[in-house]
Design a protein around this ligand. Sequence first.
Ligand SMILES: [Zn+2]
Length: 366
Amino acid sequence: MYLLSDIIKTLENIAPLELAEKWDNVGLMIGSTSQEINKVLCALDINEEVIEEAIQNNAECIITHHPLFFKPIHQIDFETPKGRLIKKLICSNISVYAMHTNYDSVHGGINDLLCDKIGIVNTRVLHPTYIENVYKIAVYVPESHWEVVRQALVDHNICSIGHYKGCTFTSQGEGTFIPLEGSMPYLGETGRLEHVEERKIECVIREKNIRTVLDTIKQVHPYEEPAFDIYKLENMSKISGFGRYGQLEQELSIESFIIRLKKIFGLSYVRVTPFKNQTVKHIAICSGSGAEFIKSASKVAELYITGDLKFHEAQEACALGLTVIDIGHYASEHSAMKSLAAQMSAQLTGLEISCSQVDGETIKIQ
Ligand SMILES: [Zn+2]
């Protein structure tokens, strides 16, 4: 059993809220963070069928990609479709949490999962929206306390690199200082030069954790004035944003690539604009409705995969010499909910997580 707040913490670690677009609405839609949760249902959207599925599965929480509320609501009229959903969710004590553009943009989110699925490598962000700076901190600690300080940094889960946590480096040296009048030194005497065996502990930290790191050091460091340096790293800033671009390991004919794409996404058809080249290697992709990035895609790829392509957008792509494959909004996003369920399972042991079987494609081909 988990509290909803535990689950939210995990979700916001996977896709931080600050990565969401300003126009978006992500996070807790309905519910109480103190609610006890045993079962979770992941779905692309909320509708009557999905709520019914959650009730049948005894799921106390539904995690969606598309937010239940996009715009502020001024009344909850039970006669409207939205009002009925809200009533049913509250009466069934089911909470709802949405991770939308933050999950599109984040490293390891929907667009990276799509690249992995298709086999696009050496990927970069197509439309950057957020750059997070990364820093290195070096703190100088006497021999007697270096392990305590290092452990405190590790325990706060703030020194991570990629898929590794608890990443620190220590080196030994000698520190010197002269305590001045009015000081309360942990070691040494006022006015006398002190030599101390010290260790320098270094670790990489995210910009948002700087305050926590400094507070942690001050809590466990024995010195009245702990010495530390913080400097910005030029090689590790994290760029997040919409879409990705990269290459296939091997150039393929457009025809064989389309066959492969349909197989991967279980599609009977895709919509394709005319192609200039007969082969493809450089590919851009954006989940959901990514037509607004056609121009950016044309600069870095010969082929662009997205959903919801309109007539005039297809014409724009043609004029730019870019082939667009529309795999559909649903196909471009729904498999990501399975990956999210797997990520949550790995981090929330014992929590029952299932993926909706009824949040399918709304548009059918007759
Ligand atoms: Zn979408």
